[in-house]
Design a protein around this ligand. Structure first.
Ligand SMILES: Nc1ncnc2c1ncn2[C@@H]1O[C@H](COP(=O)(O)OP(=O)(O)OP(=O)(O)O)[C@@H](O)[C@H]1O
Length: 259
């Protein structure tokens, strides 16, 4: 399954501070969208609203609507835990559970939900997810060894396997390669290209070449100054954003004149 994402007039606050203002965006199912922009413009903050992670901080809140297909994830009675099962997230630093085996890391989502799986069901889920994360061949002979014994790039693919194991509709990635070497980065970028066959992928990246390589659409965010809210300035096909943007701020950013 894969779902579209639509934000309507979304404002995001930390207490009284409005960190992101007035985002309107439509992200197609089965696509890769990159969020770019200078530090502090609200990319991560906005990304974390897409699976209701933002509100885990005290005082953090959201105004506006956020639809997964037709359903407002901020609607009355919607359980954030259900939303987070549909919208998985991969973080900047690989964060496998260090003492858990590779296999149990992949199955962690099921264990947290209290699902009862037979040994063969669990084996099938683990293998499928590890294959889906392009990690199976590297770990199939050591599934019972701790996840922390893998390289950084392998650990990040393990985290992606953990995310895809529960079959989400959307995968959010917050600078997933920033702690990785170039070879591991390429492995993750290849994987992102495969993931979009099944999932809607949204990635925050500081690396403009990466945005250009992996995404079909790009949203450029900017901030007018300290204490001001970040805004989405332009959203278009990635090739347009990088080669022929409409907005002067976008043009200045992608040509390296600031940020
Ligand atoms: N936990 C928090 N409490 C209060 N303000 C926060 C918090 N996290 C972020 N902010 C503020 O929200 C604004 C947007 O930050 P955010 O981290 O989303 O930007 P970003 O574009 O992802 O930046 P970077 O590229 O540096 O990661 C900034 O002004 C930041 O200081």
């Amino acid at each position: 399954m894969s779902k579209s994402i639509t934000a309507k007039d979304l404002n995001v606050y930390y207490g009284d501070f409005m960190a992101v203002e007035g985002v309107n965006i439509e992200i197609a199912a089965r696509s890769v969208t990159a969020f770019i922009g200078p530090s502090g413009c609200g990319k991560t903050t906005f990304l974390r609203t897409l699976n209701r992670m933002h509100e885990v901080l005290p005082g953090a809140r959201v105004e506006g609507e956020l639809l997964l297909d037709e359903d407002n994830i901020y609607g009355a009675g919607v359980d954030p835990v259900t939303v987070r099962a549909m919208v998985g997230m991969v973080f900047q630093r690989p964060n496998p559970f260090p003492t858990m085996s590779i296999r149990d890391n992949v199955l962690a989502g099921y264990k947290l939900n209290g699902a009862r799986l037979s040994r063969s069901q669990a084996d099938d889920i683990a293998e499928k997810a590890l294959r889906g994360a392009n990690l199976w061949n590297e770990v199939k002979d050591r599934l019972d060894k701790p996840g922390s014994g893998l390289s950084g790039g392998q650990q990040q693919r393990l985290c992606i396997a953990r995310t895809v194991a529960v079959e989400p509709d959307v995968i959010l990635m917050d600078e997933p390669c920033s702690a990785l070497d170039p070879i591991s980065t390429l492995a993750i970028e290849d994987l992102i290209a495969e993931l979009k066959e099944k999932y809607t992928v949204v990635i925050v990246t500081h690396n403009m070449q990466q945005a250009a390589r992996v995404s079909e659409k790009t949203a450029f965010f900017n901030i007018a100054g300290t204490g001001k809210p970040g805004k989405m300035i332009e959203y278009d096909e990635t090739s347009v954003i990088f080669n022929n943007p409409s907005n002067e701020q976008t043009e200045r950013y992608v040509s390296g004149k600031f940020g």
